[in-house]
Design a protein around this ligand. Structure first.
Ligand code: MN
Length: 749
């Protein structure tokens, strides 16, 4: 709380007098003047103890907002009064009732709208589709609420320096996401451009400063080029008695950045395109459109036009009311140059947008903008319209190369168009990306390669056990994600090789052996590898387990191919006379063949004394049998009808053991299902939706491909038991278009 100093008082007086001076041209009666002065006096009194972060008296802010409202948006007395009062109800003890009693209901309604928007936005760190909708709801009350809010935001952006960096980023993010497009939509080009530039300044200061510096360096050259290009145009227009102004159109910093980013062109190329604007005063009763085309014709007598680059927004104005004729012609130095042709009225609309539009609007003509506002109101009145869809609708045409999505906590993330859930995960943090297993988009479960759309709310599901996969490179479009995936693959393969090397060396040293070329010569063919790195890497990932190492080393190099499931099930007991020691297992517990073997979840995650056979992949609820390993410390669990189990019974029945599931609440088991059906619109979505609704089922991987209108493939799921899985299979089978769905038992490739 600061008390105003004498200097403060002087500053306030000065600023308000400036404002009053500007108001002269909108003030229509003494009443208007009185209400502006009263609004100032009330605001000054209400905010008298408040300072802005910059140290300035707070009242300087509402005065500045009022100034923008009149000078840059072109609104009238009511809006100036509202701008002066806009922060009172929210930040001081004065109530809306007080304002209504003193300024009437119209002003109270607008101030109320402004207060509500603030409540939705500024106070709350979460900014979501629903909030955006709420904000636009105020459009149905009075569009001035939005315009004053834009002025408020513009002044806050102009004074953003005073805030700490984290707030700068947040406010600049909101500005580029919401306020700049809104300004664009309302036709406020100048404000839109400034909001974009300021936002860039705080979001990417380095880039911003770089572009500013380059613009500065090239300025005189650019001016000269425009001079040369314009000279013949000036002559010919004068000769035709046209009253006009011609100016080089400066490119905004943000638009240069945007083109460099999204079209991947260097600064020189963006900057290279000359652009001039001709604003003329139309004469007589000849339609403005005809006069625009007349100028077009005069210019193209001098310079050759590029026909496919004509933009005729004179015949059909843009949805936000913008009118102009744009042509691109070949300039004297062999460079393309864009010429914008506008009447004074069109220019006013283009620069000041909405307010100017109303000024020029003829009584019976409904402008595009009015239609748009009407549409919005209709949508808002429709109770079934969902906020996300609404946002989509609204944002249509606003962004083409960027999307904005939300984190579960409502933070905005900006991603390149066509970004997937995985891009999003890597945008959050490389760790999140690397451990991602699936995503929820607007609360629906989707695979990681799901393409995101603006307004989506995205949540990433992760698992620490998940490893980065090479295919992921095909899933992402952002450079950030690609780099992170490559890093992770490299790091992982290095780790794997190192781990594999350690494991092998330890095993060999347990046998009193050192790694040697003689040993590798035996290992390569036995494990079907061609290099040390491959061997280490496969050991490191567990593709090769060294349980049969002794056998391999003893055997001739011409080894027989051993089926994977046999490797899984056979345990070799090393022989002592070899100088080696018996293989130790993690669980010292012996297994009693006479009792039923109970499968328990180990609570501490320690290694359990059972393994699930890959050949039939049993899950809790399946009928099972156990097969003891020869040294009785591990039981391999098969389904009782598994053909391998049947074979085992006939071979060594003594090693078979009864087995039973006990609790299985914590652990999920991997199950694979195959699915096949007719490819039709939305079917993948339906499938993932069905799966996501099953609470106890999680997707690990989806591998579907389609050909000739048929899709087929497999999905790997984590389930708790067979009942849950069967439930799910039934539901999937009921989806229209799904022809066949079944559990895949053999996971051995
Ligand atoms: Mn404010």
């Amino acid at each position: 709380m600061g008390v105003l100093t004498e200097q403060d008082e002087i500053l306030i007086k000065e600023r308000f007098n400036d404002l009053l001076g500007l108001c002269e041209r909108i003030i229509k009666s003494d009443e208007d003047r009185v209400s502006i002065i009263r609004a100032f006096e009330l605001a000054n009194e209400a905010h008298k103890e408040m300072k802005r972060k910059s140290g300035e008296p707070y009242i300087i802010h509402p005065i500045a907002v009022a100034k923008i409202v009149i000078q840059e948006i072109g609104l009238g007395t009511t809006s100036v009064v509202c701008a002066l009062l806009h922060d009172i109800v929210e930040d001081t003890d004065y109530t809306l009732e007080y304002i209504e009693a003193n300024f009437g209901s119209k002003i109270a309604t607008i101030v109320d709208g402004l207060t509500k928007i603030s409540g939705v936005f500024d106070k709350n760190s979460s900014l979501q589709a629903e909030n955006f909708r709420k904000m636009l709801l105020t459009l149905s009350d009075d569009v001035r609420v939005i315009l004053i809010k834009l002025a408020d935001r513009l002044h806050n952006m102009r004074t953003l320096d005073a805030l700490p960096p984290h707030k700068q980023i947040k406010i600049a993010g909101e500005t580029i996401f919401l306020y700049a497009p809104l300004a664009h939509r309302l036709g406020l080009y100048t404000i839109k451009t400034e909001l974009e530039d300021l936002s860039l300044k705080y979001r990417h200061p380095k880039i911003y400063n770089d572009i500013v510096a380059r613009l500065h360096d090239t300025e005189s050259n650019r001016k000269k080029q425009i001079e040369v290009f314009s000279r013949p145009i000036v002559e010919i227009l004068k000769r035709n008695n046209i009253s006009f102004e011609i100016s080089g159109r400066p490119k905004s910093i943000y638009s240069i950045y945007y083109k460099m980013q999204h079209k991947s062109v260097p600064f020189e190329e963006v900057y290279d395109l000359l652009a001039v604007r001709i604003v003329f005063d139309p004469v007589g009763d000849i339609p403005e459109k005809t006069q625009c085309w007349n100028i077009y014709s005069l210019i193209t007598d001098i310079y050759m036009p590029k026909p496919e680059r004509i933009r005729d927004w004179v015949s059909t104005p843009k949805a936000n009311g913008y009118e102009a004729l744009h042509v691109t012609v070949m300039g004297p130095s062999g460079k393309w140059a864009e010429v914008q042709i506008r009447t004074r009225r069109m220019d006013d609309i283009a620069e000041r947008g909405f307010a100017a539009h109303w000024k020029y609007k003829s009584a019976n003509q409904e402008s595009e903008l009015d239609k748009w506002l009407k549409n919005i109101r209709e949508m808002l009145d429709n109770p079934s319209a969902n906020a996300v869809e609404f946002l989509d609708e609204f944002k249509l045409n606003l962004f083409t190369s960027e999307i904005h999505v939300f984190t579960p906590k409502g933070q905005i993330r900006t991603l390149p168009k066509n970004s997937t859930a995985l891009d999003f995960a890597y945008d959050i943090h490389s760790h999140v990306g690397n451990s991602a297993i699936a995503a929820k988009v607007n609360h629906k479960l989707v695979p990681l390669n799901h393409v995101l759309a603006s307004g989506d709310q995205v949540e990433i599901l992760t698992s620490d056990k998940k490893k980065t996969q090479r295919e992921w490179l095909d899933y992402v479009v952002s450079a950030k994600a690609k780099a992170a995936i490559n890093d992770s693959i490299k790091a992982e393969s290095k780790n794997r090789i190192e781990l594999g090397k350690q494991i092998l060396e330890r095993k060999l040293s347990e046998m009193n052996l050192l790694p040697s070329s003689r040993i590798f010569k035996k290992l390569y063919p036995a494990y079907d590898v061609v290099s040390k790195d491959e061997l280490y890497s496969k050991i490191g990932t567990g593709v090769i387990n060294l349980e049969d190492l002794v056998k391999v080393l003893k055997k001739n190099t011409k080894n027989k191919w051993i089926r994977y499931w046999e490797l899984q099930m056979t345990k070799v007991i090393p022989k002592k006379e070899d100088g080696t020691e018996e293989v130790q297992t993690a669980t010292g517990e012996k297994i009693d063949p006479k009792t039923t073997f109970l499968i328990r979840e180990s609570e501490d995650g320690s290694e359990s004394n059972y393994r699930l056979a890959k050949c039939c992949n049993p899950i809790p609820g399946d009928d099972i049998v156990g097969h003891r390993s020869a040294n009785e410390d591990v039981v391999v669990i098969h389904k009782s009808r598994c053909p391998n189990a049947v074979k085992l019974v006939s071979a060594h029945a003594n090693l078979l053991i009864q087995a039973k599931w006990t609790t299985y609440k914590i652990l999920s088991f991997l199950a694979r299902i195959s699915i096949r059906g007719i490819e039709k619109f939305g079917i993948y979505n339906q499938i993932t939706t069905v799966i996501s609704k099953e609470l106890n089922v999680n997707i690990r991987a989806i591998n579907l491909s389609s050909h000739d209108g048929i899709f087929e493939g497999t999905m790997d799921l984590y389930v708790h038991n067979a009942k849950d899985l069967n439930n799910l299979l039934d539901k999937l089978a009921n989806i229209k278009g799904v022809e066949q769905v079944a559990r895949v038992e053999n996971l051995v490739e």
